[in-house]
Design a protein around this ligand. Structure first.
Ligand code: UDP
Length: 403
């Protein structure tokens, strides 16, 4: 079942500036969250009759492929950069080199990148070197610590230096950009398109039988959903966190743990060693979006270091312990849905135990207005692109500050 029905809603409005009368937008992504967040934007661009060139770096090849099918996104060009044990330097170098040839050939009117992955940074830099304007979706997130999340905090800061159009999810993100002297006329508060994707998906869930069975099998248990994959948690912190979770579940017969394990070998090996073959602990392959949302909806508590999960939890009304030292998404904490664990397994243990003994916070969490968006971000983003590219050339103020 396609995620978005693009063709049914085609409109005839929109800019027509290229040889065939259409503006050309090249969209680059490489990981699961980028695909989720850019899918609604790509569909909206097509609805508005932009010519799109969808480029996947395949930075996370195995995670990405099933997602693209579910999101109804066809990749036009696959850079195929993924290698075993790749470093950010490997990824950046290969994405820039391969993308440059495509940019020289295609000469898009705009490059669209999302978030803060190494593909995002490489895509923006490749555009800059070719003097092609860059639009940045999910601009203005800041943790204030260059080493956490690593390398994402640096990636997004550099993209903010490059981008011509900054699509900020929240007012706070806009203020972060202005504080770094990004020109106010280049920043647009649009919301985060993850909420667009989430809303659509929740209305069109197609849950695999194995997941429906797992939810039935764990009925009556307090389900803890875990995701952890961040580079800065690898090693001792992740090992200690997993041990805390194992002990917590082992001591409480009414608790179970569901853990879709990220394919990164740093996560796989410790997950298997610490959590393998234990009662009430279910190690799962990475789930497709529908299946993951079904489990999120059924969770008693979510424990996660994911960025996207922090943005989704408010719409689902699920309590979330954020397994990070800091968060660039304080809006989720302020909404009352999330609590920050910090970088200490001891604090995870304490928070799990306290919230098990006294469930006041967990029971109080209800669906709240999502601080990251209202489900209309992609329409706003494309409207800005349409208006800005409609003129034959970009406004002087934009060109002047870009180059
Ligand atoms: N997600 C998913 N299946 C999984 C784990 C996560 O569909 O097994 C989704 C989740 O709902 C969120 C996104 O993937 O939208 C988050 O991806 P990830 O945690 O890899 O990246 P981050 O958001 O931390 O950049």
């Amino acid at each position: 079942m396609p995620m978005f029905d693009t063709l049914a809603q085609v409109t005839t409005a929109g800019p027509r500036n290229t040889v065939d009368g259409r503006m050309k937008v090249l969209v680059v992504f490489g990981t699961r969250p980028e695909a989720i967040k850019l899918a609604p934007v790509i569909h909206e661009l097509r609805k508005r009759l932009f010519q799109t060139i969808v480029v996947s770096s395949s930075q996370h090849k195995h995670l990405l492929k099933p997602f693209l099918e579910g999101l109804n996104i066809d990749v036009d060009l696959d850079l195929g950069v993924m290698k075993r044990d790749q470093s950010p330097n490997d990824v950046a170098a290969r994405v820039i080199a391969k993308l440059d040839r495509i940019l020289a050939r295609e000469r898009p009117d705009l490059i669209l990148v999302q978030g803060d992955t190494t593909t995002t940074l490489a895509g923006a830099l490749a555009g800059f070197y070719r003097k092609i304007p860059v639009g940045h979706v999910e601009a203005g997130l800041r943790s204030g610590n260059l080493m956490s999340p690593f390398p994402e905090e640096m990636n997004r800061r550099v993209v903010s230096q490059i981008a011509t159009f900054h699509f900020a999810a929240t007012e706070k993100n806009r203020r972060n950009l202005l504080a770094e002297d990004v020109a106010t006329e280049k920043v647009f508060v649009t919301g985060n398109p993850v909420v667009d994707a989430l809303k659509y998906m929740l209305k069109n869930l197609h849950v695999a039988e194995s997941i429906t069975d797992l939810i039935a099998e764990t009925n009556g248990k307090k389900r803890v959903l875990l995701t952890t994959h961040r580079r800065e948690s690898f090693g001792p912190t992740m090992i200690a966190n997993l041990k805390v979770l194992r002990d917590f579940v082992e001591k409480r017969r009414d608790v179970c743990l569901l853990f879709p394990v990220h394919p990164n070998p740093n996560v796989r090996s410790v997950a298997k060693d610490i959590l393998g073959n234990l009662d009430r602990i279910h190690l799962l392959e990475p789930l497709d979006y529908s299946d993951f949302l079904a489990i999120m909806k059924s969770a008693w508590l979510i424990v996660s270091d994911s960025g996207g999960v922090q943005e989704e939890a408010p719409s689902l009304g699920k309590p979330l312990l954020v397994l990070r030292e800091n968060t660039e998404r304080p809006e989720a904490i302020r909404s009352g849905v999330s609590k920050l664990v910090g970088n200490s397994p001891g604090s995870l243990k304490q928070m799990l135990e306290e919230n098990y003994d006294v469930e006041t916070w967990i029971r109080s969490i209800k669906e709240v207005a999502n601080p990251f968006g209202d489900g209309k971000a992609s329409a706003r983003i494309v409207k800005v692109i349409e208006e800005k590219l409609a003129a034959k050339s970009l406004p002087n103020s934009v060109q002047g500050s870009l180059f």
